[in-house]
Design a protein around this ligand. Sequence first.
Ligand SMILES: [Zn+2]
Length: 228
Amino acid sequence: MNSNQLPNTLQQLFGVTNQHVTELPGNTANSLYLQSEVIQAFQRMQQAAAVAGHDLQIASAFRSFERQEAIWARKFSASSQDEAGIATILHWSALPGTSRHHWGTDMDIYDATALGEQKLHLVREEYTEGGPCWPVWRWLQDHAAEYGFYWPYQGRGNGVAAEPWHLSYAPLAAKYLELWRDPNTISEWALLLQSRKLPGFPLLLQDLEALIRRYTLQVEPIPSEVQR
Ligand SMILES: [Zn+2]
């Protein structure tokens, strides 16, 4: 299948286009891409965080299907290549086409100044009490909703680890998530994985709907106080 034949919304959902994202200005360390509305909301939040003494920065933003595919291929080849192996991978990483990072609405954040010379690992210890990103996380707990952001992964039993660094821009992300409720979306995604000869695809094919229900749809609801 040629992914260019997919509707625009599905191309964005699966990360097979980057037409919906633009580069975050002024970021010298690495190139980061998000939707322009998300960039504006993030920059307003970043400025407010700076006033409160936090150096709020983005470690990872838009990620393409190909990037996610490479992550999957590496992890799958190192796994037991059975159902248990797949569950272990999906605890930490999304299947290509299903990552919220494809949408240009989601990001992994940290406090660059507080981190200093340390390397960021995106682990719980960095975001809990005593960790370098604990103060900015606490500030975000009080203020992220004012800018439209919330935490979709809080480790409440859907099989995905809690990700205190992962923020989602609710006004746009809600629309992408909704697309996954359409059975046609799952069919198109299956065709895409098949055409890419994704490693482990025959195993996944046994129950793609269940994978989407558990790992994609079963996320935190958008809290009522989030601006939309
Ligand atoms: Zn993330």
